[in-house]
Design a protein around this ligand. Sequence first.
Ligand SMILES: Cc1cc2nc3c(=O)[nH]c(=O)nc-3n(C[C@H](O)[C@H](O)[C@H](O)COP(=O)(O)OP(=O)(O)OC[C@H]3O[C@@H](n4cnc5c(N)ncnc54)[C@H](O)[C@@H]3O)c2cc1C
Length: 348
Amino acid sequence: MNKPAEIRENVSLRTLNSLAIDASARWYADVNSDDQLAALLAFADREGLETLILGGGSNLVFAGDFDGLVLHMALTGRRWEQVEGDSAVLALGAGENWHDAVLYAAAAGYRGIENLALIPGTAGAAPVQNIGAYGVELRDSLVSVTVLDRDTGDWQVLANEDCDFAYRDSLFKHQPGRYVIVELRLRLSRSQPLALGYADLRDYFEAQKTDELTPLDVAQAVMAVRRRKLPDPQQMPNAGSFFKNPVVSLAQWEALKADNPDMPGYPGRETAKLAAAWLIDQCGWKGFRDERVGVHNRQALVLINHSGGSGADVLALADRIQRDVDARFGVQLEREPGVIPARKASGA
Ligand SMILES: Cc1cc2nc3c(=O)[nH]c(=O)nc-3n(C[C@H](O)[C@H](O)[C@H](O)COP(=O)(O)OP(=O)(O)OC[C@H]3O[C@@H](n4cnc5c(N)ncnc54)[C@H](O)[C@@H]3O)c2cc1C
């Protein structure tokens, strides 16, 4: 029998989100087991409370206080399954720290997720935006996720193809709140080729013979490169890239390129991906700072909460940047982190 989760009232979320926004949760509980999750959701339904599933809080912005029940996913557990020849499946509880899981797999010699080292947050949130970095995405290795479907009340296993993965996107973003992910399974292998195509990684390994590299070497290279480029949220509270790289039609790309010959872009067969950081930089925002919030001085994609900024401050800055980029280039930037709207008390 599982101990019922403790529900606390008026809990500060400041240390539970990487932007360090000082919002509070009217109700809060750590979720340590599937049974606790089911019981807490049933409680929220009975009481008519909004719920928020919270992982590491590194991909969301609290627009204000949350007058509902925050469920902090603390379900841990790592398990090797189906170890056959060079290949194995690693099962991770939703509350496992993602970066620790990457190092754990890489140290065991398994390849597939080493390029995703140092991405903050939990394993359970990784499928939500199909995390990606240095040429690798979660969908490349994900086998399935176990979810509680709040619409039906059923536990389900969703296979990779059921998750509608795309660039920083998935089913879970399109039906927010419906699925609570409790576990994911990743297919890893000791012999698949390492993904070393990104210039930063090629430069890092320069003269080294790449056929001797281990997945741990690659994870460490990714960590070194990321530490050079991205501010540590512990020192400069941030939510990583605040905007997705926009995807435009080839016709728009060609018109933009004709007007801006230096514009970087990655044309494909039907669309082209633009570099959001370049667009923001061109509008003069890199290094901007007001009293509370600003834009990182080396990485224009990263908004920083310098000193007690609220969610509204961060969102207002994002808005100004979006409007400038639209006015100058006719390109609409889309925010990457989710916005958690302030919930007003129902008066009860
Ligand atoms: C410095 C920095 C660097 C980053 N670099 C990258 C990067 O390179 N690539 C990249 O893709 N992302 C990056 N991110 C974004 C972020 O780390 C990832 O999106 C991460 O997966 C978020 O995990 P989290 O546990 O913090 O999620 P949270 O922020 O807690 O939640 C994000 C969303 O997922 C939902 N959610 C969380 N857990 C669950 C669950 N178990 N079931 C259902 N829904 C859930 C939440 O309700 C919310 O909507 C970066 C962020 C920071 C701060």
